[in-house]
Design a protein around this ligand. Structure first.
Ligand code: FMN
Length: 475
């Protein structure tokens, strides 16, 4: 065991629904997913995750239904991300029964204004002692847009432009509005907060107008740990500027390496230290005490897999099952008269229908999938760390709680034996400290420019920004 070995950060990938990404698996004997509406389920999973030594529970979220393939009926019938509980509301219960487990929660920048979200997130960061993360998403479901008063989705790149401003508002509230020593709690003088050390933000931009001050005092991390997943060039621009932990795609080791290198270079162009970024992938680990046991577990899981669920989740414009397996996606699209869309983007137009079906009906087993003994799994993880250059994984749950228990009992001990897991957390450690070795965002992050000290260098006075004229469409 050498101290210099790169260690693996692990999030448990969750969503407060019955069918998140491994559709059909909820029916497997012993699977607890149907209990996601019970408080006891979340307390159970939080305790198990903490004792397994994962860094955080990562909660996905959508704010609409997948109604393109099979309509809303199919999603409802399959329990596919509906019903779906509000992830932010689940965190306090899990935090109350754990000491150092982190909680990375998904929230969209597209539909709800930043002021209320800033307050909710700060409340969580304060009460959890700095154990929060935020998965920044801009949302992709047309139904979500119609749930929030729009006729259709905001165009893709415009969503990221809005996200950039959303983050700027948040940084002003989280990093700039309250000075660290603003709460004086002086009973004699009858002063709780010193007004000279709390600032309005007077943000006025194309999308948002927020006066401030922030309603919550400084929290251990101020800004939660920023996660983002993106595949587009506009999304990568936002991620390179803001995200600390980025989900990276790639079908081969070379593709993953190239994507990591180009994202680090994009971050450096934004003035950030490229070594401040960590790269994550979604990974599937299926373990057994013997290779045979692991393979039979995989075979058992596969019998439950729902191809229909995969098509609903992919917002498919084609029912792949209705075409000859030897046809390409391009030919099927042409035959059906469907435009190039989700199927083409996901599989590539030259892929055959047969390959695409095999891929989805075997749980998307790509580069970051391994089935085997703890030693075989640890070998794969070591190659992901050392050859692909990743730092962490979102661990897919095939079976709740079997996946987590297998990780705790079989996989983690082997990774630990090889020095591939971080040291156990210290009492009171924040999530950012655990991942990056410090509690607050570094000075090279754009949020630092919103801190009072940085602003005092460029302006004077108590308020953070000189108010500018608000645009007509500010919300
Ligand atoms: C590990 C992972 C988790 C994700 N979680 C969510 C989520 O919870 N909610 C969501 O709307 N999108 C989620 N996404 C999708 C991304 O936010 C994003 O839309 C997708 O990667 C495509 O990138 P683009 O929007 O830049 O084209 C996730 C993606 C990955 C890889």
């Amino acid at each position: 065991m050498t101290a210099s070995r790169k260690t693996l950060h692990v999030n448990l990938f969750e969503m407060a629904c019955v069918s998140h990404i491994v559709h059909g698996m909820w029916r497997a004997p012993g699977n607890n997913r149907h209990r996601f509406g019970e408080m006891a389920f979340w307390l159970d999973i939080a305790r198990r995750a903490e004792s397994a030594g994962v860094d955080a529970i990562f909660l996905a979220d959508v704010v609409g239904v997948y109604d393109r393939f099979g309509g809303v009926e199919a999603a409802l019938r399959l329990g596919l991300q509906i019903p779906n509980l509000d992830p932010l509301s689940i965190v306090p219960a899990m935090a109350a029964v754990t000491e150092h487990l982190g909680f990375a929660t998904t929230f969209s920048t597209t539909y709800e204004p930043p002021f209320a979200f800033a307050r909710r997130m700060s409340t969580l960061d304060l009460l959890t002692g700095g154990r929060t993360g935020w998965n920044i998403v801009t949302s992709y479901l047309p139904n979500a847009a119609r749930n929030f008063g729009l006729n259709d989705e905001v165009p893709h790149d415009d969503r990221y432009t809005r996200a950039d401003e959303y983050l700027e508002v948040l940084y002003k509230l989280w990093e700039g509005s309250w000075e660290s020593d603003a709460i004086v709690a002086d009973r004699e003088a009858d002063i709780f907060s010193d007004p000279a050390r709390v600032h309005r933000i007077h943000h006025a931009g194309p999308h948002f107008r927020v006066e401030g001050p922030h309603l919550v005092q400084p929290t251990p991390q101020r800004t939660p740990v920023l996660f983002q997943a993106t595949g587009s060039s506009r999304g990568l621009q936002t991620a390179a500027r803001h995200a600390e932990a980025i989900f990276i795609g790639g079908r081969t080791r070379d593709e993953v390496c190239a994507n990591i290198a180009s994202t680090r270079a994009a971050a450096a162009r934004q003035g950030r230290d490229p070594s401040d970024l960590k790269f994550y992938v979604m990974a599937g680990l299926i373990a057994g005490r013997t290779e045979e046991e692991a393979r039979s577990k995989l075979a058992r899981y596969r019998t439950f897999y729902s191809v229909e669920g995969a098509l609903v989740h992919a917002q498919a414009e084609l029912d792949l099952r209705a075409y000859d397996r030897s046809m390409t996606i391009a030919q099927a699209l042409e035959q059906s008269g469907s435009p190039f869309g989700n199927m083409g983007r996901r599989f590539g137009t030259e892929q055959t229908i047969g390959n695409a079906i095999d891929q989805i009906s075997t749980f998307d087993e790509g580069r970051f999938f391994v089935v085997g003994t703890p030693e075989q799994i640890a070998d794969a993880v070591e190659s992901w760390l050392d050859e692909d250059g990743i730092d962490g994984i979102n661990m897919r749950q095939y079976h709740t709680f079997e996946t987590l228990d297998d990780y705790a009992e079989l996989i983690a001990p082997e990774l630990r034996r090889r020095g591939r897991l971080p040291d156990p957390p210290r009492a009171g450690e924040t999530l950012r400290h655990r991942l990056f070795g410090h509690d607050l965002l570094p000075e090279t992050h754009p949020a630092a420019a919103c801190r009072p000290a940085a602003l005092r260098r460029s302006t004077h006075g108590t308020d953070l920004h000189t108010p500018s004229r608000a645009p007509e469409n500010a919300s």
